[in-house]
Design a protein around this ligand. Sequence first.
Ligand code: HEM
Length: 228
Amino acid sequence: MAFKKGLFKTSVSRKNLMAVTGLFIIFFLIIHLAGNLILILPDSFFPIEFWGNVANQHDMYNAYSHFLVHFWPITVVAWVLYAAIALHIFDAALITWDNWKAKGEKYQVVDNSSSSWISRNMGLLGVTIGAFIVMHMAQFWLQYKVLKVEHDLYNLVIETFKVWWMVVLYEIGIIAFGLHIIHGIESAHRSLGLYPEKAMNIIKIIALWFSLIMAVLYAIIPIILYFK
Ligand code: HEM
């Protein structure tokens, strides 16, 4: 295929690209989580004496959103993020295509890293997360950052999570994301060969706990806002 050049040429370079883009997306999601946790912190966390012109959760969240749009280094990181997401999806499609083709051939590539339900369903989880991200970006990113029709992002988010089925859709997306990164983090470290094989057991445990904490913290935001 014409596009199987450069970074997409060999299965090793494709796996490395998958690992680097995946780890970058996770790095973004740590910062994203920190920003969105403002939504569930009490107003007492934002004393005006400390934060200056910010006096409550509402002001703090909108100040944070305003900063995201108007501070140019963040804009650069956001473009790197969009490129990383696009490359990650494209690369995943190529790897899946090659695996399907390999199934029809005599010698199949066996993934020794783990054969858990998660590792066998990374594609399904990825498609679920993809659908979630399209919905999520259409709701917030498109309205606030691109079309600029919504100026009070805090109100938009609060209104969104007043709808029960929206909360359910978010929980599905977040569970898929949590499961995807348990295997993704382990697999990325294996692909990049950063540590000796012996250390991989520790990486596995770290990946499990990290993913669990990330997913639980993301998951509680819509639930708390629904009942607020
Ligand atoms: C309940 C939790 C979440 C809330 C309240 C939330 C909220 C938001 C908001 C308000 C925006 C638009 C403003 C901005 O760019 O930051 C946004 C953007 C975005 N969110 Fe989320 N988000 C949540 C979870 C997630 C999850 C789980 C993912 C990925 C799996 C995700 C991926 C993204 C991406 C890729 C963008 C675009 C980023 C950018 O343009 O800089 N979000 N989110």
